[in-house]
Design a protein around this ligand. Sequence first.
Ligand SMILES: Nc1ncnc2c1ncn2[C@@H]1O[C@H](COP(=O)(O)OP(=O)(O)OP(=O)(O)O)[C@@H](O)[C@H]1O
Length: 921
Amino acid sequence: MRPFLRRSGNIARLSQRQIESSVRNASARSLPLPYSRTFVPVGGRGYASIPPGDPNAPKNSKSQKDGQVAGEKKESEDAEKSAKETSQDDTVKSEEVGADDAADDSSLRPGWVKLNQKEEKIIETMLERSKARLSEEQTEEFEKILTQIRRKGVPPEAREILDHFQSGKLDILSSVKLMGHAIKVVNQAIKEVAEEDVYGTPGPKATEEPRQKSGAHNPGPQSKNERKSQGDGKGEDQKGGWSTGAIKLDATSFIASAFVTYLTWNMFMPGENSKDITFQEFRTTFLDKGLVEKIVVMNGARAKVFLHREAVSSVYPDSPAVHPNFFYYFNLGSVEAFERKMEDAQKEMGIPSSERIPVGYQEDIAWASALLSFAPMLIITGGLIYLTRQTSRGGGQSGIFGMGRSRAKRFNHETEIKVKFADVAGMDEAKQEIMEFVSFLKEPGIYQKLGAKIPRGAILSGPPGTGKTLIAKATAGESGVPFFSVSGSEFVEMFVGVGPSRVRDLFATARKNTPCIIFIDEIDAIGRARSSKNFSGGNDERESTLNQILTEMDGFNTTEQVVVIAGTNRIDVLDKALLRPGRFDRHITIDKPTMDGRKQIFEVHLKKIVTKEDMEHLKGRLASLTPGFSGADIANCVNEAALIAAREKANSVALIHFEKAIERVIGGLERKSLLLSPEEKRTVAYHEAGHAICGWYFKYADPLLKVSIIPRGQGALGYAQYLPANGDTYLMNAHQLMDRMAMTLGGRVSEELHFDTVTSGASDDFKKVTQMATAMVTRFGMSRKIGYLSFDDDQQQSFTKPFSEETAKNIDSEVRRIVEEAYTQCKDMLTEKKNEVGLIAEELLKKEVLTRDDLIRILGPRPFDDKGEFHKYFGGTPPGGDLPGPPEPPSPTDDGTSPRAPPPPIGGPGPAAPAIFKRIE
Ligand SMILES: Nc1ncnc2c1ncn2[C@@H]1O[C@H](COP(=O)(O)OP(=O)(O)OP(=O)(O)O)[C@@H](O)[C@H]1O
């Protein structure tokens, strides 16, 4: 600490030196040693020559005014003078200052003292330093205050501070005391100056009745006006502050902080309170003149010179060395060389050995570098303490670094969650089930008095995007009980034991907040069935997490009102123990929305969209166009439509935008850049025309919606899209399956009938047809030869087939037979309608896209009735305009199936996937 204390002790001296140097002119400042210029002693201040006068003595207002004018004039002269001022004799200076004071005394506040130039300069310099940190307005204010201080003087205590400041007798403690004192004094000074009108309005009353506030005995309109003309400064001044434009400035804190900033600045930026010199300079300037008191060798490298201050002041009165805390240093080559040089020098000077200059040795620690070397250790220790605290805060359960703490987010129904049940459309049963849970929690008595136990949990299962998370969010938003939401994957970490620990922590937190709901999304991440064939051993952590969940769900008794809701789209892989009653008692299946569900979901999302379409027709038509869409797909479509409309700079979102959005969501972008040769285009056109004609003339096929030969998405060169005539279908009979297969083969059959050769474009069609025929034989019991047996897909993928070789052969032959029947059916139809195929294909080549209306125009109305929703939305002209074309179909994925298109009929009934003419991959 020593060097630090030494520095702080030097504050005043160094400050004084800086201030003094700023008082002198530039040439004087740049003078090197020896100090040839005259030093102005501290005692030679002008104010000492002028008595402050009687504070109560009445003053003539005229003379005061004159004095003030004179004072202001003098001030400007002084300013000029100070710029030109050179180093001058101390006495001359004192006289000048005294004369100034005398001239200004008339404007002096009673009891206050006028500052001499040097003191003013000290304040100026002091505040000049602070200016860098002040705004322009603050600087302006500061200038005003300074003018007032020049004009009106300061209380005697303020001068005391400056006295201390100049004397250079400050150590760290007295600096702090001085700061406190300064704040008080400046506060007082500013208050009084402010009372007199800081903004330059003369304040006769202040002179006459210095302690009385101007408005106190002068109420009424005049006083009001006065106050107004003074910018309402009075009211603020009484509090020691005023407002300047946008800023609110407190005078006291402004000046005080400037002062304190200055002191602090100097404390840490000591500047020149020491100076390095050479041994030669040391010898000629000090040693030879007998000014050296002693020398202290610091760390064996530097010598610190202690001088006889009094002697120095008489020889070099202008030197900074007169100040007790100013030291000269010089570097030693080596201690021995230094000692030898000292010895020689003193011998030369004839100083007897008994009077030789004492030399001390001191090992000083460089605190900054010492602290720096300790820094890494301090950081590590601090870090460890922090981590220990974090760990202990987790109640010992959280493990190291809080890793075992649950990541569940707690939601407050009033704030964070904005989703309500009204935002969840088309899943009334699920909503009802969930609401029942909420009422269990809110009013358990109703159930308990009848002896019913509160269910422990519900599992929401269904395809992706069907709104499982949404309904959980709505539960949080409506239930009014704490809701903890966590994802299954958040339990999984690479550290052993973290998963179970997080489960424990989650349930412990939930129990503290009963009644409450825990929602675990994607529970299949941890709830997969435990396997006996666990060869890798890598699943141990997941299994112990699952075990912990099983334990916790068993663990809380029926009076603990904690309900666990979980979401998954793979309920089939979940561990049976998880699904048993007593754990997840309720299984709520959320399926893809029905036609009606889609309408409701469209309604929810269309509310946020600006559209002039007839809402009823719009949502019905969009719902018809989107069989197999999930809630998330619908939300995406609506948003995409708005984006398309915005891109087209439309004022509102129209039906055409929605249809484009649907096709984009399911199919991807048109690939106009993919250019086909005329021959290829012709093949594609005839291929698609074959599908279209089949769709038109087969009774049980889905009616055609659109056929196109524009390439789209990945690898699709053309497609035909159909929509189920009777809305969503959940069952398919053998006729429908046969017609669909025949229609799917229509592309290849058409190629055979119209060209010499066939192409690879029908590969996707064959895949679908095979799948359909296989399903008919192995799952739907539609083959007399195989009978009513089921050979599931999953089993077929295993190493051993669950049927004999003979059955395998029979399955093969039955699948083949069915496909051949479909082929024959298709060939008969297309041979009969060969002309129509040609018409459609040629029209396609011309227009590239044909809609249902085009087909009606060319072929006449479809010979079968289109019933239900299809007829309603696509069979006539919609309200308010022409019938817009149906959307384009989805494009296929790599495996040839549409990415989000309705599921193919193999897994269950549904609309036909678009027939796609694929290019060679
Ligand atoms: N029934 C619905 N009503 C309104 N919007 C819905 C509905 N279902 C889904 N959505 C929309 O779809 C978005 C995604 O739904 P959500 O995240 O709930 O699906 P999810 O079933 O949890 O999917 P995943 O199983 O993939 O997690 C929702 O934010 C919402 O905009």
